[in-house]
Every structure is written in C-alpha cells, then in structure tokens.
Design a protein around this ligand. Sequence first.
Ligand SMILES: [Zn+2]
Length: 95
Amino acid sequence: MLDETVHHAPDLERQLLRRSVLALAASRDACRGCHRTPLVGERVHLYDDGRMLCELCRRERKETPIRSEPVRGNEHGNAVRMTDQRPGGARRRVA
Ligand SMILES: [Zn+2]
C-alpha cells in the first residue's frame, strides 16, 4: 500500500526535493562556473562583481580574483580529512 503512495506522484515529489536541494545550494556559496558547492577546505576565489569560482573554474579564466579564501566548515564543523598514513599504503594495489 505504501508503494502506491510512493508511485502516485513521483514527479511532484522529485520536483519538490529538487527545488529544496537547489534552494539549499543557492543559499550557500556555489561556484558560479560549475554550480558546485565547494568542499570545506577547498580554496575559492571571489571577484569584484560578487561571483565566486572554485579552484578548478578559476584556472580556466584569466581574471584576477579580489579575494581567495578556503571554504570554512559550516555548523557541522568537524569534517575530518582522511589521509592514508599507512607506510607505502598509497601504492598498494588490490589484486
Ligand atoms: Zn567551479
């Protein structure tokens, strides 16, 4: 029975979800080039007209940003960067 409800208006639900996700993304600083929300710790570049570009998009343009800064963590804060610290671990291959 639950299935029927789910299948009843999938498009509408998907639209609403999509819209809220987009709204969420828009409320944060998204890259103007690729519309991606930069990751915490990633360097972003701000331009005098208010645009923000991520590192990757910035390289494709010749303009000089007025400001460059790393993305700070949001309210969740404690992103942990995983680094492979095993000796020789990065080279190890799984057969
Ligand atoms: Zn970008």
